[in-house]
Ligand binder design. Sequence first.
Ligand code: HEC
Length: 109
Amino acid sequence: MKSLFLARSLPVVAGVVLFSGAGASAQDANALYTRALAATCANCHGTSGRAIDNSEVPGLAGMPAAYLAAQMQAFKKGERPATVMHQLAKGYTDEQIQQIAAYFAAQKK
Ligand code: HEC
C-alpha cells in the first residue's frame, strides 16, 4: 500500500529536513512531519481534511481530536467495522494518531 509505505518513510524525510541545516528548527521539522502524516489521509478525506461536496468519505477538518483519535483506535483494534480504515489505522502508532488528530482538529472546515 502506497500510503503505508509513505507513512513508514516519513521519519526519514523529517530527519533529512531536520539535519539539512538551512535554519530549520526542530519545531519546523515536527510541524512538517505532522503535515506529511496528515497528507496520507488526503486521497480519501480531501486536502487538509476538507471533503469534496457529496463525498461518501467524511471530512476530517475541524473534527474534535478526541473523537478522531478514538475512531482511529477503534479501527485499529477492530472494534469499529470498516471497509478500509481498519487496515490503514494499523499503520500508525498511538503517538502519530495523536499528532494527526490534533492537526485535523485545528483545520477549518
Ligand atoms: C483509502 C481511502 C482512505 C484513506 C487513505 C483514509 N481514510 Fe479514513 N475513511 C475512509 C473511509 C471509506 C471511511 C469510512 C469507514 C470505512 O469504511 O473504512 C473512513 C472513515 C474515517 C474516520 C471516521 C469518521 C467518522 O465520521 O466517524 C476517521 C476518523 C478517519 N477515516 C480518519 C482517517 C485518517 C486520520 C486518515 C489518515 C491517517 C485516513 N482516514 C485515511 C477512507 C480513507
